[in-house]
Write a protein that binds this ligand. Structure first.
Ligand code: ATP
Ligand code: MG
Length: 264
């Protein structure tokens, strides 16, 4: 079945609180992201929504806190090869990372297991980084496919877009499990039916946590309870009908039974 809403899975991404552009500065190609003047009320409403949905995510209302989180996360994951810095008091800039964001192949049906495997490796590598802001292991908050840049030549994916943040009061295990869910929900909601299972398996095998899927099974298959939590899941899954979503996660769960998939 064709997903109904082929657009990025994140509420914040959809509402466009930032203007992103490519600029040349002294021979360097940079991507600059500037907070729009209208962002604050939108971000405030997003936080009320996250709270109502019992989501562990929050947007950073303070521009300085947002800049710090973007620059810190980018530098932690990609420095010193690629650099990021604050630009004035309402923007951040970062070196251009090679590749295409995975939303393109997801939406035009050219997504391949090699691409989601690269995303799984990148998420695993990122989850091993110690983060002083969390005082523990790092997590992204919104790793939908559009926030991975995939470089075919090196078969490498890299994470970008550090717009939202997990609540630091949540355990690293729970934050990182939420990241895995976010990726799988975006993929389940928008992948072509025949690509869902191979791409999801490739992602999980590359992510490589032996028991993570079984731990997440209820959350993925049954879905959340509560009006706002269901709405948030709808946003993350492109509002794919619940029965189809459930069938996809059951398929994955069956395929990833401990004896069926080496390493899981
Ligand atoms: N450092 C970078 N290197 C290469 N491309 C980038 C970089 N930063 C941003 N981009 C491009 O700009 C797009 C938007 O960037 P980002 O995801 O950080 O912002 P956003 O406000 O969340 O926008 P969107 O709603 O489009 O996701 C990315 O998907 C990517 O194509
Ligand atoms: Mg983005």
């Amino acid at each position: 079945m064709t997903p109904r809403f082929p657009s990025p899975g994140s509420l914040v991404d959809r509402i466009k609180v930032n203007a992103t552009s490519k600029v040349q500065v002294e021979g360097r190609t940079l991507w600059m992201k500037r907070r729009r003047a209208s962002a604050l009320p939108v971000l405030g409403c997003a936080n009320l929504f996250f709270r109502a949905a019992n989501s562990p995510l929050r947007t950073l209302l303070s521009k300085a806190a947002w800049q710090r989180w973007e620059v810190h996360s980018f530098s932690l994951l990609h420095g010193p090869e690629f650099r990021a810095f604050c630009w004035g008091n309402s923007a951040v800039a970062a070196d251009e990372i090679p590749g295409i964001n995975l939303t393109g192949p997801l939406d035009d049906g050219t997504l391949r297991p090699a691409m989601t495997a690269a995303a799984g490796r990148e998420l695993r590598r990122s989850h091993a980084c110690q983060c002083p802001i969390f005082g523990g292991l790092w997590s992204h908050g919104d790793p939908h496919l559009g926030n991975f840049l995939y470089e075919a030549a090196g078969d490498r994916a890299r994470l970008i877009d550090f717009e939202v943040m997990h609540l630091p009061t949540i355990s690293a295990d729970a934050r990182q499990a939420d990241d895995v869910c976010a990726f799988l929900e975006d993929l389940a909601g928008r992948a072509r039916a025949d690509l869902w299972l191979p791409c999801a398996r490739a992602f999980l095998e590359a992510y490589g946590a032996p028991d993570i899927l079984q731990g997440l099974a209820r959350r993925l298959v049954t879905g959340p309870t509560g009006k706002f939590a269901r709405l948030w899941r709808g946003v993350r899954t492109g509002f794919l009908p619940a029965a189809e979503l459930r069938a996809r996660f059951e398929l994955l769960q069956g395929a990833c039974a401990p004896c069926a998939l080496p390493g899981l």
